[in-house]
Design a protein around this ligand. Structure first.
Ligand code: COA
Length: 254
């Protein structure tokens, strides 16, 4: 449970909204745990046929809460493995996952989309993974998936250079299906989820399993990345970058 994750079910669709607007939906351990719980709920409840992930207007998510990163960088223990629990759930999700993105999709906000089955993004959306600039590295198995999805050069630009992708870039790269005006975003994402939920469930399951293929390699890469993360989070490069971000906030005029 998290006060920043809203979950509701209607007509076979479980809608999960990241809702921490004042922090641009930066994700805390509690929020990851709630997201993982929602995916468990979708898996266990026979009446749920698809999960829809949404953010708030202008912010899908600004990625992992950098304050949480900083705690680990300063020698604290990672409070929980909630982020990895969430990533495992979404990588192995047994039912379709749809996302509706408006505005910024940063870090895991971009990489989680590579595990969704259908993504609608508004025209103003931007996708960015500033991992290297933060002294850390790509996660969620993205280092394996992205090169196959968009080719080495674009994957390098996105994941290693931290280049910003527009909604159209993301569509061309293969992790966004449709680009729509912001005003239509949620309706279009809901319609896609409803369409999926209305299809013959067993036939859809078989088709989806075939299309997605075996996820063991993605899971293995995600775990490999996770081990490297533990060291990178405590590196001087990462500590410096996290402190610079947090101090920027403190220097804002009141
Ligand atoms: N972790 C923690 N707090 C975050 C955050 C994050 N990832 N992203 C945004 N916030 C907070 C800001 O510190 C600020 O808090 P404050 O109002 O208490 O100062 C608030 O959310 C609004 O963000 P702000 O930076 O003022 O908004 P903006 O529109 O100018 O910029 C971003 C938005 C997302 C471009 C910018 O906040 C940013 O670069 N965030 C970090 C993204 C990131 O690197 N994520 C990790 C990826 S691994």
């Amino acid at each position: 449970m998290s006060e920043f994750i809203d979950i509701s079910a209607q007509a076979g669709v479980l809608t999960v909204r990241m809702n921490r607007a004042d922090k641009k939906n930066a994700l805390t351990s509690e929020m990851y745990a709630a997201l993982a719980g929602a995916l468990d709920q979708a898996a266990e409840d026979a009446s749920i046929r698809a999960t829809l992930i949404l953010g708030v207007p202008g912010a899908f998510t600004a990625g992992n809460d950098i304050g949480d990163f900083l705690k680990v960088a300063m020698g604290g223990e990672r409070g929980s493995n909630a982020v990895f629990d969430f990533l495992e759930r979404i990588i192995c999700a047994k039912k379709a996952v749809v996302a509706g993105v408006d505005g910024m999709a940063i870090g895991v906000g971009t990489t989680m989309l590579m595990h969704c089955d259908y993504v609608v993004a508004s025209q103003v959306s931007i996708f960015k993974t500033p991992f290297v600039d933060l002294g850390i590295l790509p996660e969620a198995g993205s280092s394996l998936i992205a090169p196959g999805m968009m080719g080495h050069h674009r994957a390098f630009a996105l994941l290693a250079m931290g280049e910003t992708f527009s909604a159209e870039d993301a569509r061309e790269a293969g992790f966004v299906n449709r680009v729509v005006p912001s005003a239509e975003l949620e309706d279009r994402a809901r319609a896609a989820a409803a369409e999926i939920a209305s299809k013959p469930a067993e036939a859809l399951r078989i088709a989806r399993d075939l299309v997605r293929g075996d996820r063991a390699d993605v899971l293995a890469r995600m775990r490999e990345e996770a081990v490297l993360w533990q060291d990178r989070l405590k590196s001087d490069e990462a500590r410096t970058a996290f402190m610079a971000f947090m101090q920027k906030g403190q220097k804002k005029p009141a």
